[in-house]
Each structure stands twice: as structure tokens, then as C-alpha cells.
Design a protein. Structure first.
Ligand code: ADP
Ligand code: 5GP
Length: 209
């Protein structure tokens, strides 16, 4: 019995460098039914980043104009740049019965937690702050100045982790991924996603005379 179900909203946050993007990429590869909410940002592209694939890169003016028309489901200023999740593609994916994943900061996650209380809000924790610093350096995509800014923000972001529905520690990558996968799989089993399933069963006959 393959009854269609409502979509799940997954919100994933972590201090920069924790491994959020690595874990999310793996989840999206394994579960094509999860759509990715492609964010807009005013941050300049990092080397190798592609417009329309990693982010939609916008000027500050363009971002502000879209924000003022209510285009974003949430938005925030992070490390001096604007980031926002466009509402129309999310609505469309949910209408198609797909799940939607938001990879966003704690301020944006708090906004979605208020507007979508049933959202799965997962915070990925680094095993330690020195490990986080090491990962930011080995990723090799940010300047020393930016890495220092991100490490300073990590403590503030960790202080906001308490209200999330799930915490996953990204120490060993495979273990963290198994936990992320299990969290998502468990969420797909919620009766509220498919309340008609039991009614359908009750309307069936057993076939016995
Ligand atoms: P974020 O999206 O949270 O900023 P990334 O996914 O870009 O983080 O990961 C930051 C760096 O840490 C990358 O170089 C990535 O390959 C590495 N990394 C991610 N998870 C682990 C892990 N469990 N152990 C070791 N290195 C990891
Ligand atoms: P980065 O510049 O490293 O790609 O992202 C910096 C931070 O901004 C990360 O915590 C990332 O999750 C967050 N971020 C990315 N897109 C969005 C978004 O659309 N909204 C919000 N609130 N944060 C975002």
C-alpha cells in the first residue's frame, strides 16, 4: 500500500565548519524525494561555487527588494551578509509531495520553528571547538580573518542549540550520517503525514466469508 503522504520540513543548522554540507549532500543523494531549499545570499561566491547550484547570489539591493515583497520564508544577517530561503520553490515542492530541507543558521531556523512547529529541527554539533577550528582550516576556502569570525560565532550559535528537536554530534562521519538518516526515516513514519492510511484499512474487507 503506497499511499501518498504530506511533505516533511527538515531544518539543519550547525556552526560553520561542523560538516553540515557534507552530511546534507549525502542525505540528498540517498533520498531524491527530499528537495533542497536553495538559499539566496549577498555573500560573494567562494572558489568553485556556482550560482543557482550552491546559492542564488544577489546584490544587497536585489536581496532587500525581494525581502520587502515577502519573498523569503525566513531571512537573516549572518557574518555580515544576508541569507534567505525563497518561499515559492518550497511551496511548490511540498505541493508535489516532496520533503524540503533547509540548511540555514540559528536565526532563520528559529523563524521556521515558529511558523512550522512540526518541522524537524536538527542541530549538528562539532565534537569539540579545536576540531571545528581544524575543519575550517582544512576546508581551505575561507581567509584567516573569516575563520576567526566564524569561530567567534560558533559559541553564540551553540547557545541557541537547546530548542532544536534533535542534536547530532559529527565526530565520526559515518556515525553522524547514520543518525541523520535514522532521524529522517523515523519522521517519515508520523501518522499525521498520512492520516487516511488507517481509514483505508478499516474500509477494506478481510476476504473471509
Ligand atoms: P559546514 O557545511 O558545516 O560549514 P563542511 O561540510 O563544509 O561544513 O565541512 C567542513 C570540513 O570538515 C570539510 O573539509 C569536510 O570535508 C570536513 N568534515 C566534515 N565532517 C567531518 C568529519 N566527521 N570528520 C572529519 N572531517 C569532516
Ligand atoms: P556559508 O557562508 O558558510 O555558506 O553559510 C554561512 C551560514 O549561513 C551557515 O550557518 C548557513 O547555514 C547559513 N545560511 C545559508 N543559507 C541560509 C538561509 O537561507 N537563511 C539563513 N537564515 N541562513 C542561511
Amino acid at each position: 500500500m503506497n499511499t501518498p503522504r504530506a511533505g516533511i520540513v527538515l531544518v539543519i543548522s550547525a556552526p560553520s565548519g561542523t560538516g553540515k554540507t557534507t552530511l546534507v549532500k549525502r542525505l540528498l543523494e540517498e533520498f531524491p524525494n527530499i528537495g533542497y531549499s536553495l538559499s539566496c545570499t549577498t555573500r560573494p561566491p567562494r572558489e568553485g561555487e556556482i550560482d543557482g547550484q550552491d546559492y542564488t547570489f544577489l546584490s544587497k539591493e536585489d536581496f532587500e527588494a525581494r525581502r520587502d515583497t515577502g519573498y523569503f520564508a525566513e531571512w537573516a544577517e549572518v557574518y555580515g551578509n544576508y541569507y534567505g530561503s525563497p518561499l515559492p520553490p518550497t511551496r511548490e515542492m511540498l505541493a508535489q509531495g516532496r520533503d524540503v530541507l533547509f540548511e540555514i543558521d540559528v536565526q532563520g531556523a528559529a523563524q521556521l520553528h515558529l511558523t512550522i512547529p512540526e518541522a524537524l529541527c536538527i542541530f549538528i554539533l562539532p565534537p569539540s571547538l579545536p576540531t571545528l577550528a581544524h575543519r575550517l582550516h582544512t576546508r581551505g576556502k575561507d581567509s584567516e580573518e573569516i575563520i576567526a569570525k566564524r569561530l567567534a560565532s560558533a559559541r553564540r550559535e551553540l547557545q541557541e542549540a537547546h530548542w532544536y528537536t534533535h542534536w547530532i554530534i559529527n565526530d565520526d562521519l559515518d556515525t553522524a550520517y547514520a543518525e541523520l538518516r535514522a532521524t529522517y526515516m523515523a519522521a517519515t513514519l508520523a501518522p499525521r503525514l498520512c492520516p487516511q492510511r488507517v481509514h483505508r484499512l478499516l474500509n477494506e474487507t478481510t476476504g473471509e466469508k
